[in-house]
Structure formats: C-alpha cells, structure tokens
Design a protein around this ligand. Structure first.
Ligand code: ADP
Ligand code: MG
Length: 714
C-alpha cells in the first residue's frame, strides 16, 4: 500500500464536529461511520456530552491513537481543528466543511492557509468541500451520503460530491461494488494524481474510475497515470470545456491545439481511457473489473434473435473489433449441433425456439474456436427459454474458457433475476447490444494500453547557445514574434532547412540568389536541364506580417533576371499592406521540390496545464481547414514520433500513394524529435510552427518558421 494506507484503512476515526442534530452533516457522517466500520468511532464536540450513544470529547487531542480526523466544524474554526489534530499526531484529515476556495476571497485565503498547514505538518488532506471517503473492505463510510457502497474492486474518485451519492445509489441497484470512493472536493492538498498513485499500488483496486472537471497538475497526472495504467485500467470522464488560450493563438498550432485537445492528447498518452458519458464510465469500469482481456479481436455473437443479431453486427463494424470468422471445424460442429434453419456463421442464429441447452452448446462451440477473442450472448425472451438457466450456463462457460463475455438478455422484468446472476459473476449485462460491443471494445483498447512500452526520448547533440542567442536577439529587438529570420534556431537544433539568406538591398538579393543557385547546382548535374533551373524563392521578412503569402509576400520560382524587381515588389507590397510595418528585409531561399514532396506541419503550443505539446500533420495553407493533425506532450520519443505519422489521415500520401516515391520518414521522425527537444529546452518558446515542413524522398526540409516567445522566460 502507498502513502494513503492509513487514510483508507484507519483503526480509529474521529468526527470533529459530531452532532446528533437532525438533518445535519455531522450527524449523517457519525451515523454512517457507526453503521459498518470495523474500527472505533470517536465523537468530538465540546458542546455535547454524548452523540448517538458515543461519549463526546472536548478535543481531538483528548483521545489517543486517532488515525483519521473527519472535520465538519464551521468554516472559521476548521483550521484550528486541523492544527489540533496535527499536534496530536494525526496525519490524515478529511475536510467536509465547505466555504473555501469555491466561495469568495475569504474562502480562498482560508484554503491557502489550509495548504500551508498541510505542508507544515505533512498532512494528507481530502477536500475541503468534500462529501467524504469510503473503503468498503473495512466498512468505512466517512461520507454524509445516504447509502454505503457495496464491496467491489473499482476505486472511484469524483470532483463532484453530489455525483458520488447518485453513483453509489445507482451502482447498488446494479450490484456494482467499489473498493474506495473519494469525493475530491476542492483538491487543496490531495488531488487526482495522489489517488491514481495510491490505487495503482493497491492490490484490492482492479479499476480506477474518475469524474474530473479539471486536473490540478497536468504533468504530474500524466506521469502518475502512465506508471499505473499499464497494470490498472484508468477510465475518466472529464467535463467542463474551456476555450482559454485558443482565441489568442497566433500560430496554426496554437489554433488547433486548444486545451480540449491538450487534455485528449495528455490522457491518451497517459494510458487513460477517456469517455464522454457517465454510462460509458461505468460500462467500461464494470467490464474491466469483471472480465479478462481479449487475446484476439474476433467477436462471436450467439443469439436466438435475427434482428438484434444484425444490430450487434453493425456495432462490431463501428468498433475496432471484428466479427470472428469461425474455423471449418467450428462450422461443422455448429452444423451437427444446430437445426437446419440455423445460421452457423457469425452471428450464430440458433433460432427462436432455442431452449437453454442449444444456447449453451452453441456458446461452448463458439468459445472453443481459436479465432474468438470475446463473445456477446444475445437473447430475446421466448417461451422455450429460461433466462435464469441461460445466465447460469453463461457464467459457467465464461469461467471455463476465461474469455470475455458480455450479455444482452433483452427485456424488462423477465431479465432482472438473470441479469443479477450475471452481474454478480462479473459478466456485464445491457439492454442495448451496441453497449455490449462498446464495452468489449474498451477491453480491447485497454489490452493495447497494458502492452505499451514507454521509451525514453532521445537527446540530440545540438547548439543550444546559438539558439539562445537568436531568441535573445529577438528580445533585444523587443518583439515577441519571430519569422524566417529565426531559421537559425532550426539549424542550431539540426532541423534541415533550405539554403537561404536575408537581405535588405536589391543588389544583395541578386547576389544572394546567384550564390544559392550556384551552391545548389554544384555536383547535381541532373538538374541542369530542368525548367526551374536557377530559380529561387523570395519572401518578405517582417514580424508584423504573420502569413506572408496572404499579402503576396512570397514569390516562388523567381528566375535570376527577376530577382531584383521581385525584391522591390515584395517591399512595396508589404508597405502598402501596413505602412508602419517593421521590415527586416527579404529572404532569398533555395527552391524545394514540392512536386515530389508533401507539405506537412510540425509545431508546438504550450498548454497552461500540460506544458509543451508537439503537433504534426498535413501542412501548407489548408492546415486549419483540414485539421489533419495529431498531438503529443513533449518530449516526444522516436516511437511516439512514428506513431504521430501513423495517426494522420494523410499518412498514405507520405508512404507513396498513387505511384509516388515514399518520403524519407526517418527524417520527418527526427525533425519531430528535435523540435520537441528545442521547445523543451526553451520555456520561452510559447508557440511555434514549421509550416511547411516539406517531406520529400530525400529528406524533410523546414521551409518556413514562425514562433512566439515570452521574453520573461528568457
Ligand atoms: P507563409 O506561410 O507565411 O505564407 P511560406 O514560407 O510558408 O509563407 O510560403 C508559402 C508557401 O510557398 C509554402 O506553403 C510553399 O507552398 C511555398 N514555398 C515557400 N518556400 C518555398 C521553397 N523554398 N520552395 C518551394 N516552395 C516554397
Ligand atoms: Mg508557412
């Protein structure tokens, strides 16, 4: 057990603020503790002699060996009560009292003091503004909810206390049990990361469920969840969406990587199954707690009802599972066992008149098939079928084969007893077969998470000082926005860029073009006859012009004789677009072969919760329209960078669709890693876009760059 072993497994609990006043929170908690708790309950209230049959003490320090103090006194005396408990050697405190950070500046100050007090005495504090905690294995119900939970192997944390009471009530109705339940309250001291870590070490917790509205420390959460999630599944429903940050974004990456996307990427990377609905939270939680993981993706459907069989088949089609194709041997066995009218292929339809024996035999044959990784038992009520007997057979066969099974015994009261038998044996039941399939799919998804291997990100040899100098020179110019004048930043981190030079006079432009063309022509005899020979790209360089091509500030394929005029032209355009724009000059750049390449984007946005997120996707001018992108928290390992390429829809374009040569994927992967190292090394970089990063068969080239810096961080 972890650091919270005493919090969840105390021998003696004191209710500070215990009372027998009808309808009060103090009474509810005292009564709940007295109901089932295996240890001692101590009442503390100087104004009483006795509370619900317990002797009432003047102070928590008056009773020895108290492990946990549950504090329900009025807000102004909460801190004194906690200090008293701490002085008496108590390290674990549950603060039920509200009126802290959630209610005005006085409350916020009180919460700050609570945090300081906890740090001073090294206290584990749940809350404040918490409904309390439960540990069913010792009968501990230190909440003021109306019902105690049943025993089970799910540990559940909720940012909403009201939701806890609703869930416990609902779960009791479905024989769904919990090991620990925590109402997180304001999370002043203990937060979601602490409980994830604790339950990850707890042998009695098989599944961790969370209802979260926010995450206190994004990075810490990802770290602890990642460590835990390969052994213990974590399912989280996160509510509350914020737009913060997205509106102020100056880069494409900033616009795409808002905080919702950050959460999604972070939870995914942490191996957390994120769900959108409470139904999925408990569907997934109960199947993960009750069933083994499927070894294969093939699902067998065994049913006495044709129509629902089709619905289930459709649901399998919508999932990442597949309909198992049976072996010849299995098909033969079905033919021998079932009537002629039966369908012996998947979904196996054993016909409406099937008695329980036929169901049992068919399920037995299906589960024995080597291609079957999971089964859905799907039935409609008929006069020939006893649901209770069917439930018993399913329970036995599931135990025999140790293959995950989900049951859909359709119906209302006729299915109630059977469903209870199934759910007591850990087999989830649903009315809607689509839910059964989704839940099995969650098992598959978790199987993938459990097999994950995390690799450390690589550290490349880079010129950090050169990069720092570029960022500092921007700060000296007193600008937060940098464009292609910062290409050197990429060079310093080993990200390939085309040859280029920034000039501020017409004659220099001509000279730069000659040099660049001469250099690129060298030893490259093949290109000598190309139409584009001798051409360059020219771009206006101004911190005030974010999207250069929008104002006609990019000229591609400029022949040598037009370089001078194009220079004048670009400057004139920039002036007429914004007369007071700061113009640093014109960049003359080597042409990159776009015909054989794909314009991709590699970027970064710094999220207030999760830190730097690296983006990769299809680039060019349509990036925000198509939004074919994917995100990772930096630093990004080589394996993750490869996955990022896999994840975009345009991946086949990079891999040689329609007879094109595949691009040099390794070079793209390395660019993503190097970019990730750059933004990790420099917290001053707030946003960054390399768009386009042209991926060609000969390697990736960063053709354009744009970034925003925070000078204070330099
Ligand atoms: P901005 O994004 O500010 O408009 P870019 O430098 O990205 O400016 O240029 C816009 C487009 O011009 C690119 O998406 C690409 O299609 C093309 N382009 C830019 N530089 C080059 C180059 N060196 N070689 C070939 N095409 C280029
Ligand atoms: Mg661009």
């Amino acid at each position: 057990m972890g650091e919270l072993a005493t919090l969840f497994g105390p021998k003696r609990v004191a209710v500070v603020g215990a009372t027998d006043r009808e309808g009060s929170v103090g009474r509810a908690i005292t009564a709940n503790l007295l109901a089932d708790f295996e240890g001692d309950v101590v009442a503390v209230n100087p104004t009483k002699d006795e509370v619900l049959g317990l002797e009432s003490h003047d102070s928590v320090g008056a009773v020895p060996d108290v492990d946990v103090a549950v504090v329900v006194v009025p807000p102004p005396i909460v801190l004194d009560a906690i200090r008293e408990a701490a002085e008496a050697g108590i390290r674990d405190v549950v603060v039920i009292t509200a009126g802290f950070g959630e209610s005005g500046s006085e409350g916020a100050r009180r919460e700050r003091e609570l945090r300081e007090l906890a740090a001073e005495y090294d206290l584990n504090v749940v809350g404040p503004n918490s409904l309390g905690i439960m540990n069913t294995s010792v009968g501990l119900n230190a909440t003021f909810g109306p019902e105690n939970a049943q025993e089970g192997s799910i540990s559940f944390m909720s940012q909403s206390g009201a939701f806890v009471t609703a869930v416990v009530d609902w779960a009791n109705d479905r024989n769904l049990g919990f090991h620990n339940v925590v109402s997180l309250g304001n999370k002043a001291v203990l937060d979601e990361s602490d409980f994830v870590r604790e339950w990850g070490e707890d042998p009695d917790t098989d599944v961790i469920l969370g209802y979260l509205e926010d995450v206190v420390d994004g990075r810490a959460f990802v770290e602890s969840a990642r460590e835990v999630s390969t052994d213990t599944p974590i399912v989280v429903v996160k509510s509350g969406r914020t737009e913060a940050g997205a509106s102020a974004a100056a880069s494409h990456t900033g616009a795409i990587a808002g905080s919702e996307e950050a959460y999604e990427a972070a939870l995914d990377q942490a191996g957390v199954l994120r769900v959108d609905t409470v139904q999925d939270l408990f569907d997934f939680g109960s199947i993960l707690a009750g069933q083994p993981l499927p070894e294969r993706d093939g699902v067998a459907i065994v049913t006495n009802a044709g129509g629902p069989g089709v619905m289930t088949t459709d649901a399998v089609g919508d999932s990442d599972l597949s309909l198992a194709s049976f072996s010849d041997d299995t098909v033969e066995r079905f033919q021998d066992a079932l009537p002629d009218e039966a369908n012996v292929y998947n979904p196996v339809d054993i016909i409406g008149d099937a008695p329980v024996e036929r169901f049992e035999e068919a399920l037995d044959i299906a589960l024995a098939d080597p291609n079957v990784g999971a089964a859905v038992v799907l039935a409609c009520p008929t006069a020939t079928l006893s649901y209770e007997d069917l439930a018993d057979s399913v329970v036995d066969l599931q135990a025999e084969y140790e293959t995950p099974v989900a049951a859909t015994l359709m119906g209302g009261s006729s299915a109630r007893d059977a469903n209870e038998r199934l759910s007591r044996a850990g087999i989830p039941t649903y009315f809607d077969p689509a839910r059964a399939v989704r839940s099995l799919d969650a098992l598959r998804e978790y199987r993938e998470i459990s097999r994950r291997e995390y690799t450390e990100p690589e550290t490349f040899d880079v010129d950090r000082e050169a990069a720092r100098e570029i960022l500092e020179s921007a700060a000296r110019r007193d600008t937060n926005r940098l464009g292609v004048e910062a290409m050197g930043l990429l060079d310093a981190y080993g990200i390939p860029t085309p040859d280029g030079e920034i000039v501020d006079a017409r004659a220099d432009a001509v000279e730069a073009a000659e040099r660049i063309v001469g250099a690129s022509g060298e030893g490259d005899g093949d290109d000598a006859d190309d139409d584009g020979d001798g051409e360059v790209v020219m771009k206006i360089v101004s911190p005030d012009i974010l999207h250069k091509s929008d104002i006609g500030g990019v000229a591609v394929g400029v022949p040598p004789e037009e370089v001078g005029d194009t220079y004048e032209d670009l400057v004139t355009r920039a002036r007429s677009y914004q007369p007071d724009a700061t113009i640093l000059g014109v960049q003359v750049q080597e042409m990159v072969d776009l015909d054989s390449g794909v314009e991709t984007i590699a970027g970064m946005n710094r999220d207030p919760q999760f830190g730097p997120l690296v983006l990769f996707g299809l680039g060019g001018i349509f990036v925000e329209v198509l939004e074919d992108t994917t995100l990772r928290l930096a630093p990004v390992s080589e394996a993750s960078a490869r996955e990022m390429i896999d994840e975009i829809d345009a991946a086949p374009l990079l891999r040689g669709a329609r007879g094109r040569d595949p691009v040099d994927e390794g070079s793209v992967v390395e660019t993503i890693q190097r970019l990730s190292q750059l933004v990790t090394d420099f917290p001053a970089i707030v946003e960054l876009d390399i768009n386009p990063l042209v991926a060609t068969p000969d390697g990736a080239q960063a053709v354009d760059v744009r970034l925003t810096i925070d000078q204070e961080q330099l």
